[in-house]
Design a protein around this ligand. Structure first.
Ligand code: SAM
Length: 278
């Protein structure tokens, strides 16, 4: 069956370019173009939209993004073995795909793409979490992106959308929910990937809010939350001792019991505390 872009099926692309998956690069490929189109659609209507894709690999998701109408895709890929396959995609969509060989942690997309753009990625999980935290903590808000559509290990996806009182609630939930609207858009079993990873995955979609839900200085909030959850079993008066000598009074003055644990405090409480200790 020929694909809508007239390009060869992904299994053939992988065989032609000898793209055997490398564990060291976290390579678990998506080879079903119906599935990659569905993932691309989770980023919303892409007509006329610019997209940053991180880790395109053999290009299944890239093809989905272009077929769904993205105006331009900037793809950053570390593995140079994938470049010829990506070049072929660029030829099928003239002027719409720019591929940069490099490490997404080091390349500045603004050198190649005008803001705002959407970010879509199926990345190795360790790199994905690091990039997510960076994308959530820019110096200025709103950020250069208007949404993120990212594949994560199911467990990490749950941490991003977790509510207070749950084990999954922590730093990721607070950073994500403070200034974005995050939701789990799709669940994927291990068999959706080649080779299959050990765990299930999920696509998380995060929409940037125009302004934070509650006022706070980003650096102070990050510090408070990191301290609170680093010792999540401790009462806050102990976990946050280093924050201020009179932390018990400060906690009380923002309506938080000094004996409470980080897990119980809603986003609003952390923001109030960050304002108080700023
Ligand atoms: N997006 C493709 C797909 O869905 O089939 C590939 C997904 S695979 C999980 C992750 C891709 O990210 C691989 O192609 C890998 O080479 C690339 N990658 C790993 N670390 C990277 C980094 N730091 N910067 C850019 N790409 C990276």
């Amino acid at each position: 069956m020929s694909a809508i872009d007239g390009l060869p099926p992904l299994r053939e692309v992988i065989a032609t370019h000898e793209l055997s998956a490398r564990k060291s690069l976290g390579q678990n490929f998506l080879l079903d173009l119906n599935l990659t189109a569905k993932i691309a659609r989770q980023a919303g209507d892409l007509t006329g939209v610019d997209v940053l894709e991180v880790g395109p690999g053999p290009g299944g998701l890239t093809r989905g993004l272009l077929a769904e109408g993205a105006r331009r895709v900037l793809a950053i890929e570390k593995d140079r073995r994938c470049l010829p396959a990506l070049e072929q995609i660029g030829e099928a969509y003239p002027g719409r795909l720019t591929v940069i060989e490099g490490d997404a942690l080091e390349v500045d997309p603004l050198e190649h793409l005008d803001a705002p753009f959407r970010i879509v990625a199926n990345l190795p999980y360790n790199v994905g979490t690091e990039l997510l935290v960076r994308w959530l903590t820019p110096k200025v808000w709103p950020p250069v992106w208007d949404s993120l559509t990212l594949m994560f290990q199911r467990e990490v996806a749950e941490r991003i959308v977790a509510k207070p009182g749950s084990k999954a609630y922590g730093r990721l939930a607070i950073l994500a929910q403070w200034r974005t609207d995050p939701r789990i858009a799709m669940n994927l079993p291990p068999e959706a990937f080649t080779p299959p990873p050990k765990v299930s995955s999920a696509v998380v979609h995060l929409t940037a809010l125009p302004a934070p839900r509650f006022e706070a200085d980003a650096k102070v909030l990050e510090r408070v939350v990191a301290m609170a959850f680093n010792q999540r079993r401790k009462m806050l008066r102990a976990a946050l001792k280093g924050l201020a000598p009179d932390i018990e009074d400060r906690l009380r003055s923002v309506g938080i019991a000094p004996t409470a644990r980080a897990e119980e405090i809603p986003l609003e409480g952390f923001c109030a505390l960050a304002r108080n200790v700023a």
